[in-house]
Design a protein around this ligand. Structure first.
Ligand code: ADP
Ligand code: MG
Length: 394
């Protein structure tokens, strides 16, 4: 993945179109509830402004189904971005068309323009060539800083690179470096932690990680399927009955390839799926019929933390339990603290995993928090992401 980065080209005085991922969460009143994704693009924008470039920003927001929808306008994002940059951000209520063209044409160096939601046009997700050409017509250089959509061959991600020189922005560069290293040149001991709700969401990743890691730690709802696959009764736990054979073959694969596959030996069970449920710790061979496993147990947490302690590279995706409820958050907290304390390069991806990291308050001790859940999983699966492949080679 030797891709051309922003610093590899001359952008001074040029008009630069930056694909960003401003798909931010909004509340009922259209207020931005988390501006992390906007903040994440500031280094690229500020660098371009320092180079005297004129910056045209393009993004999607939500799922407007290919037609203009007022609840998905990027106008509030333009306002927030202006506050963060400390300078005016122009906004135009279309992304292609004569108004956008005129606005981009008159944009001067040092100025920033945000275009309206790309997904107001069905052509964006269809990777329509004419639409990509029109977008490209707004600028002289293309920068992809939207890792979160780079697993999608959309017009603003893939098609546009056929018309303009295409490089990776700073955020994209960081994602490529950290995740690329985990895929192609990992430091050892390499420990991966995979959790979350379901095995089926993350089979591809587990399969590929088994070829790379020294230790694979499994937790969360998906661990129940592995517990059941070993022949234990899991009561009313979330379990994927159609994935038992798959879990057994993954256990075999780990054995054959000499990977240490760590599965829970004890769990926290509850009598119902609720914050105020009765809860107790049991060994995996003693899960009561009417109860459900909602977290890994303390003995398991200890083993997992010890394995993480010796790691040089850690990749984490998926919480160890229903961390949204305090009674079932201890396993995730223990793992979060162990990842934070390890003398390792640590990479965390996945919306819920990041929320868990933030709940524990150890963000600052994580080397890289990925901005793309789905995109980071696909990279870890060993897939080539169309948005990254489309960036010019060095
Ligand atoms: P991420 O967003 O980090 O990729 P996932 O979306 O795959 O993670 O999974 C997170 C969800 O899994 C959380 O909502 C959590 O409550 C749920 N979960 C974790 N452990 C269990 C469990 N034992 N039973 C049911 N749900 C679980
Ligand atoms: Mg999730």
């Amino acid at each position: 993945m030797d891709k051309k980065m922003l610093r590899d080209i001359d952008v001074s005085g040029k008009k630069v179109l930056v694909r960003v991922d401003y798909n931010v969460p909004l509340d009922k009143n259209g207020k931005i509830t988390d501006d992390t994704r906007i903040r994440a693009t500031i280094p690229t924008i500020q660098y371009l402004l320092k180079q005297n470039a004129a910056v045209v920003l393009a993004s999607h927001l939500g799922r407007p189904k290919g037609a203009p929808a007022p609840e998905f306008t990027l106008l509030p994002v333009a306002k927030r971005l202006a506050e963060l940059l400390g300078q005016k951000v122009e906004f135009i209520d279309e992304c292609v068309g004569s108004k956008a063209q005129a606005k981009a044409a008159e944009l001067k160096c040092g100025q920033v323009l945000l275009l309206e939601n790309l997904r107001f046009h069905p052509e964006e997700e269809k990777n329509n060539a004419e639409f990509a050409g029109k977008l490209a017509g707004l600028a002289e250089v293309y920068v992809n800083d939207a890792f979160g959509v780079s697993h999608r061959a959309h017009a603003s991600v893939e098609g546009i690179t056929k018309y303009l020189p295409a490089v990776a922005g700073f955020l994209m560069e960081k994602e490529i470096n950290f995740l690329g290293q985990a895929v192609s040149n990992p430091a050892h001991p390499y420990v991966a932690i995979i959790g979350g709700a379901k095995v089926s969401d993350k089979i591809g990743v587990i399969g590929n990680l088994l070829k790379k890691v020294d230790t694979l730690i499994i937790g969360g709802g998906m661990a129940n399927t592995f517990i059941a696959a070993q022949g234990y009764a899991v009561g009313k736990s979330l379990v994927e009955a159609d994935k038992l054979d798959l879990a057994r073959s993954l256990i075999d694969d780990a054995k054959k390839s000499g990977v240490s596959l760590l599965l829970p030996t004890d769990v926290v069970v509850a009598d119902k799926f609720a914050a105020d449920a009765q809860a107790k710790v049991v060994a995996i061979d003693a899960i009561p019929t009417e109860w459900m496993a909602l977290d890994i147990g303390p003995a398991t947490s200890k083993v997992y933390a010890a394995a993480l302690g010796g790691a040089k590279l850690i990749v984490w995706n998926g919480p160890m339990g229903v961390f949204e409820m305090d009674a079932f958050a201890k396993g995730t907290e223990a793992v979060a603290n162990a990842v934070a304390d390890a003398c390792a390069v640590s990479v965390v991806g996945g919306g819920d995993s990041i929320a868990a990291i933030e709940k524990v308050g150890v963000q600052a001790k994580i080397s890289h928090i990925s901005t793309g859940g789905g995109a980071s999983l696909e990279l870890l699966e060993g897939k080539v992401l169309p948005g990254i492949a489309a960036i010019n080679d060095k």
